[in-house]
Ligand binder design. Structure first.
Ligand code: THU
Length: 157
């Protein structure tokens, strides 16, 4: 038996000023979207903003439901809408931001496993890396491709 260690390259930024302008715009859109979330049950409001290769930015928030599993995360709401509205556009980047009780979360907003799986398929479908910008008020983390944050992933291959 051998142990295979897997390392995940994630860039850590103390300030938004260190990010490229394109990413700052996306983070701001994600923050705006988080304020519009429908999350009366968890009170955890998440926003996601998706940059497409046609220049469009699509943003969305988490949408909850009294029948809990019927709700959907911000990332999947945004990506599925982008896919429905612009079926031929590839995703270039996605920013994620979260707030609780109106306060932005201090630490980076990591996407859940189900969202990572959907994001991975977007990356493969678009045939280009999708940058993931995970905003936190104190620290923002960036992965240069989704595959990096979903190692050992399930794919059809
Ligand atoms: N949520 C997201 O929108 N994205 C994630 O990646 C994790 C969780 C939402 C789902 C639910 O509405 C709330 O956050 C609490 O789990």
């Amino acid at each position: 038996m051998k142990i295979r260690n897997i390392s995940i390259p994630v860039e850590v930024y103390d300030s938004l000023n260190e990010l490229r302008d394109e990413d700052v715009v996306l983070v701001r859109r994600a923050l705006q979207a988080s304020a519009e979330a429908y999350a009366p049950y968890s009170r955890f409001q998440v926003g996601a903003a998706v940059l497409l290769d046609n220049g469009e930015v699509v943003s969305a928030s988490n949408q909850e439901n009294a029948a809990y599993p019927s709700g959907l995360c911000a990332e999947r709401t945004a990506l599925f809408y982008a896919g429905a509205r612009y079926p031929h556009a590839a995703v270039k980047a996605i920013a994620i931001a979260a707030q609780r009780n109106g306060q932005p979360c201090p630490h980076a907003a990591y996407p859940c496993g189900a969202c990572r799986q959907v994001m991975l398929e977007c990356e493969r479908r678009g045939k280009q890396p999708v940058r993931v910008i995970m905003y936190g008020e104190k620290c923002t983390e960036v992965a240069q491709r989704i595959a990096d944050i979903l190692p050992l992933s399930f794919t059809l291959e």
